[in-house]
Design a protein around this ligand. Structure first.
Ligand SMILES: [Zn+2]
Length: 339
C-alpha cells in the first residue's frame, strides 16, 4: 500500500488547453460525462430521502433517548439534538459515512465491484476513483466485517482443510530480531471450514497447526454432533473428541490417486482454489490485513448468495455500527510505518 500514485481520475490531458481538436474534445467530453455518472452530486440522487427514512430513537454519541428533531443539513438530511449531552447529530454521525462526501450511490457501485471483481486497481478504474480512495473504502469495509465470522456456526457435514500462505520476509517480526528458520515458519496457516452454506476462514498461526491453534480458532464454530470430513491432519482430533463429532477422515496419500470427481474432499478443495485466486488478486495488500481479507472472503462465500442482498447487509451494518475512519488517519499511519 506504499508509494502509490494518487492521480485524480477526473483529469484529462486537455483540461488546461484552450484549443482541442475534434477527437480530443470528443474523448474529453465522453470521459467527463462518464465520470459525472459515477460521481453524482448528492443533490442529484435521492439519498437524503433514503437516509431520512431511517428514524433515530437515541443519541449517536451517548445513547440517551432524550432527543429532538433539529432541522435539516445542507444536503437535506435530518438533524437531531440530544438534550442530555447537548450535541447535534444525524443518521451518519459516528458511522463510516461521517464527514465524508461519499455518496451512497458510489458506495453501492463500489461494493458491487469489490465483492466480485478481481483487484482493487480494476475497481478503481471501473469506478473512476483513485487507488487511495478504493483502499480507503476497502478499509471501511474491513472495519464493518471485522466481527462478521464471530457468530457463524457450521453444522451437519462440515469440511475442513488448511492452506499455507507465504509471507514476505520483511513482514516477519521476531521478538529478539533473529530470523525465523524453516520454510514452514514463513507461512501462515489458514484454516478453512465449509458446510455447503457458510465458509469460515481464519489465520490459525505461523507454521504448522497444533491442537491448541485449531481448538482456539474453531471450537465455537461447529455444532456438536456434526460430521467432520477431512484429511488425516492430527490437530483436528481435539475437535472430534470435544464436540462429539462423527469422523470421516481420508488419508492424503489415498486421495492423491483419485481423480477429482471421486475425491471426497472435492467441495473443500474447490473453496481452497477460490481462496488462492482471491488472495492472488489482492496480493498488493499488506499481510497485516490478511485476516481482514479472509473476513471478506468468508462474507463473499457465505449465505445469502445474492450480491444485492449482500450489499444491503453491508449498508445496514454501516448505518448501525459505530465506526469512523478518517482518510487522513489511514494514510498518515502508513507513512509513519515507513520511517
Ligand atoms: Zn447524547
Amino acid at each position: 500500500m506504499k508509494n502509490r500514485i494518487d492521480t485524480s481520475r477526473k483529469k484529462t490531458p486537455w483540461d488546461n488547453q484552450d484549443e482541442t481538436n475534434p477527437f480530443e474534445t470528443f474523448v474529453k467530453n465522453k470521459y467527463k460525462e462518464n465520470y459525472n455518472i459515477k460521481h453524482p452530486k448528492l443533490s442529484e440522487t435521492s439519498e437524503a430521502e433514503l437516509l431520512n427514512s431511517i428514524v433515530l430513537d437515541k443519541c449517536r454519541y451517548c445513547d440517551g433517548k432524550n432527543i429532538r428533531k433539529y432541522g435539516l443539513s445542507k444536503n437535506g438530511i435530518k438533524r437531531y439534538y440530544c438534550n442530555d449531552c447537548k450535541r447535534e447529530f444525524s443518521v451518519t454521525t459516528g458511522t463510516i459515512f461521517q464527514n465524508d462526501k461519499i455518496s451512497i450511490t458510489e458506495w453501492i457501485e463500489y461494493l458491487l465491484d469489490i465483492l466480485y471483481y478481481g483487484s482493487f486497481s480494476l475497481t478503481s478504474r471501473v469506478n473512476k476513483n483513485s487507488i487511495n480512495t478504493t483502499i480507503y473504502w476497502t478499509n471501511k469495509l474491513f472495519t464493518l466485517l471485522r466481527d462478521y465470522q464471530d457468530d457463524i456456526v457450521l453444522k451437519k457435514n462440515v469440511y475442513i482443510d488448511e492452506m499455507f500462505y507465504t509471507v514476505r520476509k520483511s513482514d516477519i517480526k521476531t521478538n529478539n530480531g533473529k530470523k525465523l528458520r524453516g520454510i514452514s515458519k514463513n507461512q501462515y496457516c489458514i484454516g478453512i471450514w465449509f458446510d455447503n452454506k457458510n465458509v469460515i476462514v481464519k489465520v490459525e498461526c505461523l507454521g504448522k497447526p497444533t491442537v491448541e491453534t485449531t481448538k482456539a480458532a474453531f471450537i465455537n464454530h461447529i455444532e456438536k454432533g456434526s460430521t467432520l470430513i477431512h484429511d488425516d491432519e492430527k490437530s483436528h482430533k481435539v475437535l472430534i473428541k470435544e464436540l462429539n463429532l462423527e469422523n470421516k477422515s481420508y488419508k492424503s496419500a489415498t486421495l492423491k490417486k483419485l481423480n477429482d470427481k471421486k475425491n471426497s474432499l472435492r467441495p473443500i478443495n474447490h473453496i481452497c482454489d477460490l481462496l488462492r485466486q482471491f488472495l492472488n488478486a489482492h496480493s498488493g495488500f499488506d499481510r497485516e490485513n490478511l485476516q481482514d481479507l479472509l473476513n471478506m472472503f468468508s462474507f463473499l462465500m457465505s449465505r445469502p448468495r445474492d450480491r444485492l442482498k449482500k450489499v444491503y447487509i453491508i449498508f445496514e451494518k454501516a448505518l448501525t455500527t459505530k465506526a469512523t475512519l478518517k482518510y487522513r488517519d489511514l494514510f498518515n499511519s502508513e507513512k509513519s510505518d515507513d520511517n
